[in-house]
Structures are given as structure tokens and as C-alpha cells.
Design a protein around this ligand. Sequence first.
Ligand code: FVH
Length: 292
Amino acid sequence: TQNTVEKTPVTLLGLGAMGTALARAWLAAGHPLTVWNRTPARAAALATEGARVADTPAAAVAANGLVVVCLLDDASVAEVLSGTDLADRDLVDLTTGTPAEARARARWVRERGARYLDGGIMAVPPMIGVPQAGGYVFYSGSHELFERHRETLAVPAGTTYVGEDAGFAALHDVALLSAMYGMFAGAAHAFALIRKEDIDPAALAPLLADWLVAMAPAVHQTADRLRSGDYTKNVVSHLAMQVAGTPTFLRTAEQQGVSPELLSPYFELMRRRLAEGGGAEDLTGVIDLLVH
Ligand code: FVH
């Protein structure tokens, strides 16, 4: 039966909000779990739920072949792992960092005789261990390691492997989160426009959400254009027309007493692309202006 199947033992370093959620998911699925946290009090509740608490990172790493780290940043990972013996360990780093940090950490870990997989978590703690919440983790680095631990890694959240380059998980993570911040910025401007009017923000919210969902598939067209290099084929809303419309947005902001500082940088890029002759394109050409 399910209960008699041996589950891979896991060591987890870091019991912040995310680490604690990961720990609970593995415990609930029956994985033997050894944990360590700088502030020991954070491990107390998990101990009563079945986790073994190690006194030091070195003891935690020595306990199991699969070692997962989920700490604040790459500097804390370096600090915590520095006194441990990583020889022959499978290290999975779920700490958020840059692609360059992940690549450097992969080299650092391999030099110490361990295998490395980097992870970028696309979820918040309440989504962990809740498959229907849709959270998942990007993984990159050793594919062999990913395959070996695929089942265990899939316990807290879905898994999406994005390549042998250890930096790719972080890159995908930051790319998606950057798009999210762009969306939040647009929504913030929209709410600011109605802030002083007799319009209920709760009435605007569903309109905003539906509009953003309706516009989101445009990213597929952008990808097609980037692949083909043709930014003008079947364009519905030309850049020239869109740039001509930007003063309306800026005047509306001014009339509503709203700063244009979130919109202006994007409009400026649109104007530059138009000036360079991109009037018949859609907005794809703006991407090329961003890349140095
Ligand atoms: N929470 C979230 O919404 C996001 C969702 C997406 C992924 N992120 C990333 O996950 C990493 C961990 O985040 P977290 O939510 O667990 O963060 P905290 O609750 O702040 O816990 C931080 C843990 O790191 C330990 N720590 C910090 N500095 C050190 C250090 N120098 N040496 C040893 N440990 C350190 C801290 O220990 P303590 O304060 O309890 O002693 C916590 O265990 C992170 O990369 C997010 O970007 C989360």
C-alpha cells in the first residue's frame, strides 16, 4: 500500500515561511525529514509533527543524500553550507537568486563533490502542498538529478524542468515575476485614475482582471514575431497609431491628478521605436530597444 512504500529521506535547510511550508508537505507525504534553521525555535513545531531537528547544518547535510536549501538569499546559502561536507550529496537550491548566482553556486557545489539542481519557486507558501493551487517550481541544472528526485520534488508543488544551464530556473523565475510587476504597475495606474472619483475600486477590479486575461494571449504573437523576425505581418494596432494615442493617456493622467511615472518609460520606448522607423510594427520592436 501507499504507506509501506519507502519515501526518499530529505534534509531541508531553512525554515522561513517557504521552508516551513515545504517541510510540512514532505512530512504529510511520509518523507523522513531532517531540518535545520539558524533560529532553532522555528523548528519546534515541525519536531512535534515528525521532523528530526539537526543541531548544525553539517549534521543536517550528513543525515541524507538529498539536501534542499531554501534560505533568504545566495549569501545565506554560502554561509550555511560553508562548514558542511557536501561530498556525494544531491543539492537542490530553492533560494531565489540571479542566474549568475545559480551558475556560480552550481560550480561551487560541484567542486565540493556534489550534484546541483537550482529551483525557482512560482508559488507563495499557502500554495505549497496544494496541487489545485497551481504553484510550481522551475528546475535547471543536472537533468539526471532532476529525474532521480522528480517524485520527491513534485510533493510540495508541480515541477517544470527548463534545462541543463543551472541559471535557467532563476532566469525563468525572474522573467515571469518581472512580467507580473509590469502588470501590477499597470493596475496601480488604473486604480490611481479612479481614486478620486465616485467609482468603487471593487467595481473596477473585475473589469481590470477580465481585460488583463483577454490581453494576455498577445504574448504568443510576440513570441512568434521574435522567432520570425517579422514585426509587421498582420499587425492590427500599428505602433504609429498607438504612439499617436499616448498623449490622451498622459492628459487623462494629468486631469485626474495622477503621476505618469509608471507609464512614461514605456511610452518613451514606443516613441523611440517609431522614430527609428518602426511605425508599421506592433509593440514587439520595443523589446529590441531594451537589449544592450
Ligand atoms: N515567501 C514567499 O512568498 C516567496 C515565494 C517565492 C520564493 N520565495 C523565496 O524563497 C526563499 C525563502 O523565502 P521565505 O519566505 O522562507 O523567507 P523568510 O521567511 O524570510 O525566511 C528566510 C530564511 O532564511 C534564513 N536565513 C536568512 N539569513 C540567514 C543567514 N545569514 N544564515 C542562515 N539562515 C539565514 C532564515 O533563518 P532565521 O531568520 O529563521 O534564523 C529563514 O529560515 C527566498 O529566497 C525567497 O525569495 C519566497
